[in-house]
Design a protein around this ligand. Structure first.
Ligand code: DGJ
Length: 775
């Protein structure tokens, strides 16, 4: 709900309020963002301007206490006395001096879509407040858009700058969002990393000065996700005030947090200003990407829940919004480039028997693609690998009861390709300089309309001619030479590239809404809300080691829901870490996302096949809870144990993961959150197998005959026999389970019973929690 009364703007969601007021000099003063307040008595929230402070610049003669440096502002300028970082830097005839003051406002139903940029989708009760400010001397008009999503407790913000003067203006910086908050002992949490270690959460207490994260790689990047959190003093997973900021954008971005000398914190978020320029001819406007804000008074889990519901209900593509994602088999880690119809069909037959629903042909299917040095940009199928064509393969997979999907990397070109030979001018490069390669490939110039048309045509034909129901869209290098002759100023290239990319994706998938699009960029190099406006899920990381994934998925899930987190089970020891982990743990972690397998199925033992078949059946049975249930991190009290929960109310699933074993392990407690306090629940460990090789020589304690643990007989036995693992069952009321179940003991070398928890290093268990009494 949006209300405007006596120059105060009240933006209300179900549980939060965002207020600001027009000051007597026409600036917008931020009053409050936090818990829901009834829209009255706002003056107590105004910053008191009682006296003039030394060394401050006074805005208006006769009002000596009015210094912009001390006013929490909705959007500041430069040169008027506010010396904090400005959200806007635009050169006009008189330099960068800007003073934006109120002109008008209106309330519009629904959202206001941006031109060429993805923005969140509307829904019940959604409204937008449009406030127009202006600096008439500079010849600039600034439009602030606030869209209120009441049911999910999210407010989005956008900024549009228009040139109302007579000469061109040059934008250097235009933040999507400025948020000035009183410092509440804030800690900034960012999600950082790199290839195969994306989205690790890092906390830093704010202190005087500026802390910023961002990306200049041309993508939202695996270095710093655009989403960040601000935790007030003493906030934790379940308590305290937490703010979340994110961007609906996939390119270069920057978010800064500035703590000033007066106890105020300024958050700015938007396109990264490095090397950015946008030329505005008279009459033209520029739209900054949409920024997303959420607040929770119930800790990080409360904040995550709001962001998750926003993504599920207002971001992901409508055709897939509430639709369960299929169980995927992907050829990459099984075969890499060494694929052909025979090999893939062999894998597909086995995958179908295990219960897989979607078979994906990854890299290596097009002519000339024997490795990563050639053929990107070309779309002709390799006739030696697929003599009957891709369509015939799709049909064969269909007869096995699975849909079929295909991998593409449309933004790239190999210099050794038919496309490059025909159009060497189609790639991004700085004239006269050697173009720098990454993974032996160059980036196509998506600012060029001819390139975009080529991609739209090729991708459309690939999908339609062969009947693909799914596309994995990859992007495997950063942008280096961001120069295109197709934009009026070189500083426009990086953003124009993003507009070009969104244009291609919209033109390919807009007319084919039923096609499931999974985004990927060497794993999670472009995991953002911009991509999620088109893609129902994103490949989270090339790292499928479940222990690494506890940090990667554990980080990304603070901002994005499990229904968009693509997570696969792969071979062990792991191909990047050499870590040897139980098959049960690989599944137990991947199940907290969109499940897939990426595995050479030829090497599976009979016992592993049985285990995977049961895993997939279990996942399908609980898929709605895994993908769409409320996700929480449950505090375990120690670093070496991670607890995740999905679902609440009548049913939930809890995962207990052990990063590393300790001798004579502690007595673990497993709390379950969000249940009805008086209802009675049954808690059962999901049955899983303890593979005999995990026991080594200990196998002789359970074997009727003595076995050489490294011998031939053992090698045969282990393929067909295993021990039941995690035979545990508990019962209690919701209130009791919230206190925590005292779990069965862990293995300590002194005996074995079926209920003993054989976790060791990297062991884990899933528990189903089901209400027993009739509601
Ligand atoms: C990088 C992706 O992240 C992988 O999953 C795989 O698709 C390869 N590219 C293929 O080249």
């Amino acid at each position: 709900m949006i209300e405007v009364a006596a120059d105060v703007f009240f933006l209300q969601t179900a549980n939060t309020s965002y207020w600001f007021a027009r000051t007597e000099h026409g600036h917008l003063e931020h009053l409050h963002y936090g818990p829901l307040l009834s829209p009255q008595h706002s003056s107590a929230l105004q910053v008191k301007r009682t006296i003039e402070l030394g060394s401050s610049v006074v805005y208006a003669p006769g009002d000596t206490a009015y210094s912009l440096d001390a006013v929490p502002l909705e959007y500041s300028g430069i040169g008027q006395g506010d010396y904090r970082l400005s959200p806007v830097e635009v050169f006009t005839e008189f330099g960068t001096d800007t003073d934006f003051t109120y002109r008008s406002h209106r309330i519009l139903p629904g959202t206001v879509p941006a031109v060429g940029l993805p923005t969140a989708d509307g829904g019940a009760g959604v409204e937008t407040l449009e406030v127009t400010l202006a600096d008439e001397v500079a010849g600039l008009e600034l439009v602030l858009l606030y869209t209120v999503f009441p049911e999910v407790d999210v407010i989005t913000r956008r900024t549009i700058l228009r040139n109302t003067g007579d000469s061109p203006a040059e934008i250097v910086k235009l933040a999507s969002l400025q948020l000035d908050l009183p410092d509440r002992g804030f800690t900034v949490r960012s999600f950082d990393g790199g290839w195969i270690h994306e989205a690790h959460a890092h906390d830093r207490p704010l202190s005087p000065g500026v802390f910023s994260i961002g990306s200049t790689t041309g993508a939202s990047s695996n270095r710093h996700n655009p989403g960040t959190l601000l935790l007030a003093r003493d906030a934790d997973d379940d308590h305290g005030w937490v703010y979340g900021v994110n961007l609906v954008y996939s390119g270069n971005h920057a978010t800064s947090f500035e703590r000033d000398a007066h106890g105020s914190v300024r958050v700015l978020s938007g396109i990264h200003p490095q090397a950015f320029r946008w030329i505005l001819a008279p009459g033209e406007g520029f739209e900054a990407p949409e920024a997303v804000l959420a607040f929770s008074a119930e800790g990080v889990n409360g904040l995550s829940d709001r962001m998750h519901r926003f993504v599920r209900e207002h971001v992901t593509p409508r055709a897939h919004r509430d639709v369960e994602r299929p169980v995927v088999y992907n050829s990459w880690e099984a075969a890499f480039f060494d694929i052909d119809e025979k090999r893939l069909l062999g894998l597909a037959k086995q995958a179908a028997k295990l219960g897989v629903e979607l078979f994906v042909i990854d890299d290596g299917w097009f002519a000339g693609r024997a490795d990563d040095t050639a053929a990107l940009g070309d779309y002709a199928v390799d006739a030696k690998k697929f003599p009957a064509g891709l369509g015939a393969f799709v049909n064969k997979v269909g007869k096995l009861g699975m849909a079929c999907g295909i991998w593409v990397e449309p933004e790239m070109v190999s210099e050794n390709s038919e496309l490059f030979r025909a159009h060497p001018e189609w790639m991004l490069r700085v004239p006269g300089k050697t173009p720098r390669e990454g993974r032996h490939q160059q980036v196509l110039d998506l600012c060029n309309p001819a390139v975009r048309d080529y991609l739209v045509e090729q991708l459309g034909a690939l999908i339609d001619d062969n009947g693909f129901g799914y596309v994995k869209w990859d992007m495997n290098r950063h942008i280096a030479a961001a120069y295109s002759p197709h934009v009026p100023h070189p500083g426009m290239t990086a953003h124009a590239y993003m507009l070009g990319l969104y244009d291609v994706i919209a033109r390919v998938f807009g007319p084919r809404p039923e096609v499931l699009l999974e985004m990927c960029s060497s794993g999670g190099n472009r995991f953002d809300l911009g991509m999620l406006r088109y893609a129902a899920m994103i490949w989270t990381s090339d790292d499928t080691d479940p222990i690494e994934r506890l940090s990667i998925q554990g980080g990304i899930a603070q901002l994005y829901p499990p229904s968009v987190i693509s997570a696969h089970v792969s071979a062990s020891p792991h191909q990047q870490t050499l870590r040897d982990t139980p098959l049960s743990t690989r599944f137990n972690v991947a199940a907290f996302g969109c499940l897939g397998y990426e595995y050479d199925l030829d090497f599976l033992t009979a016992e592993e096949k049985r285990e995977i078949t049961e895993q997939i059946a279990f996942y399908k049975e609980h898929r709605r809870t895994f993908q769409f249930g409320r996700f929480r991190r449950i505090p375990s009290g120690t670093e070496h144990r991670v607890i995740w929960q999905v679902g609440e109310g009548d049913a939930a699933i809890v995962g207990n993961f052990q990063r590393g074993v300790r001798a004579a392990p502690e007595r673990d407690i497993l709390p379950v959150a969000g249940l009805h306090p008086d209802a009675v629940y049954r808690v059962d460990a999901k049955p899983q197998r303890l593979m005999l090789e995990r026991l080594g020589a200990l196998v002789n304690h359970v074997s009727p005959v003595k076995l050489d643990p490294g011998g031939l007989v053992m090698n045969v036995v282990r393929k067909h026999k295993s021990l039941p693992d995690a035979v545990e069952s508990y019962r209690g009321t919701g209130a009791l389970l919230a206190v925590g179940i005292r779990l069965e003991m862990q293995f300590a070398g002194t005996g074995h019973t079926p209920a003993l928890r054989m976790l060791g290093d990297f062991g884990s268990t899933l528990y189903t929690v089901v209400r027993e009494d009739t509601p």
